[in-house]
Design a protein around this ligand. Structure first.
Ligand SMILES: Nc1ncnc2c1ncn2[C@@H]1O[C@H](COP(=O)(O)OP(=O)(O)OP(=O)(O)O)[C@@H](O)[C@H]1O
Length: 262
């Protein structure tokens, strides 16, 4: 696998009034890597995702994706460039079916155009059928196909999280950003999710950046970890290096890191 940077974050940050929520953030993600982003509450993790996905425009620095500057682009354009995400607070279309939730992601990329849909031309039906088949394939990967006609809001919490990942994948990303994918899951669901994240990375040739509070998940699945504290990068390294990093232990991970080693 070629090891060229897919994402380069250069001295990036954002200030809200007097608060520097993120500052001097430097990050490089190589094609195919699975990387963790950790840090205590309010460290700036979700804000970093919002910077990477066009929700916020950085007040400093640049974000390069595939060598191209993406800061300043609106979120839908960033998605089309190949960056998809999930949210800390699940954002599904609650009153649409599980299947429709995935199809929505396809609609934004669909080849058949609005005219063929309005006039219900053959291209419309072919496009719809193709979307449905592909959406069901994604649902199968996440073991959600049997719930395809259920309303999204009726799924148990852990499965809603999986559906959100399925939908993000359906947009065909090169970079997938997962914001606390295991939040609210029990240990077995978390373990299954860990395996699934590694599986989809390989199957879809993805690069993944994940925010997580569950240290076992981060240490078990990620090859590299970035640590944020008070909006700044505190450390970067392998799980082993992070686990033993004095600043990380001292600052705020002590107990969890100890648990991981236990
Ligand atoms: N739109 C905004 N306006 C003002 N302040 C903001 C805004 N978004 C985030 N912040 C502040 O920026 C800081 C970083 O928040 P952020 O949500 O990125 O942290 P986090 O690391 O994701 O925390 P958590 O683990 O609790 O989700 C916090 O102090 C937060 O209150």
């Amino acid at each position: 696998m070629e090891n060229k940077p897919l994402l380069e974050v250069k001295n990036t940050g954002i200030q809200f009034g007097g608060l520097k929520a993120v500052q001097n953030l430097n990050m490089v993600l190589n094609q195919g890597e699975l990387v963790g982003l950790i840090g205590p509450n309010g460290a700036g993790k979700t804000t970093s995702f919002n910077l990477l996905t066009g929700v916020y425009v950085p007040t400093e620095g640049d974000i390069l994706f595939n060598g191209e500057r993406v800061n300043g682009l609106p979120p839908f354009k960033v998605t089309r460039k190949g960056i998809s995400r999930t949210f800390q607070n699940i954002r599904l279309f609650n009153d649409l079916s599980v299947l429709e939730n995935v199809k929505v992601a396809y609609h934004s990329l669909a080849k058949h155009n609005i005219l063929s849909s309005v006039f219900r031309l053959p291209a419309h039906f072919k496009g719809e059928q193709e979307m449905e088949e592909k959406s069901i394939e994604f649902l199968k990967i996440f073991s959600l196909d049997k719930y395809k006609d259920e309303l999204a809001k009726n799924l148990p919490y852990g499965q809603q999280r999986r559906l959100e990942i399925a939908r993000a994948l359906a947009a065909g990303p090169k970079l997938l950003l997962l914001d606390e994918p295991a939040a609210g899951m029990n240990p077995q669901e978390t373990k299954d999710l860990m395996d699934l994240i590694a599986f989809i990375r390989d199957k879809f040739d993805l690069t993944i950046l994940l925010i997580e509070h569950d240290m076992n998940l981060v240490m078990g699945v990620c090859e590299r970890i970035y640590v944020l504290d008070h909006g700044q990068l505190l450390a970067e390294g392998s799980p082993e290096e992070i686990r033993n990093h004095p600043k990380v232990i001292e600052a705020y991970l002590g107990e969890e890191v100890h648990d991981v080693n236990a």
